[in-house]
Design a protein. Structure first.
Length: 118
């Protein structure tokens, strides 16, 4: 599998996010596409590692996304929690921007490099 169309850049304003359902190696994957306050693009698994709470229900601040449930912020680049109660990272996926299209590769979870532009 390769990068899949997730949304249009115009669908996600700066400092906001959008939940998408994409194909993953083991079936459908809930992904949150984030356009951070500095204009960067990121994609993470849309599930807090501490509880069964969608990160897309939380808030984007700088280069973090905060879980609505217990307030743990996660680094958008690495998926690592920055404070408890979450202790495990969430998956991050590579993002490619091509014109107005955002593509996410759910086959390659890991620290997120800067998005590529096709």
């Amino acid at each position: 599998m390769t990068a899949q169309f997730a949304c249009r850049t115009s669908d996600v304003a700066v400092a906001t996010m959008l939940r998408c359902e994409l194909d993953g190696p083991d079936g459908r994957v809930a992904v949150v596409v984030v356009h951070d306050g500095d204009g960067g693009w990121y994609a993470l698994a849309d599930k807090c590692s501490h509880g069964d709470i969608p990160l897309s229900k939380g808030d984007v601040e700088g280069c973090t996304i905060e879980c609505l449930g217990h307030g743990s912020p996660f680094d958008l680049r690495t998926g690592k929690p920055l404070k408890p109660p979450a202790t495990d990272p969430v998956a991050v996926y590579p993002v490619t921007i091509d014109d107005d299209c955002v593509y996410v590769d759910t086959d390659v979870p890991g620290p997120s490099p800067e998005p590529t532009h096709a």
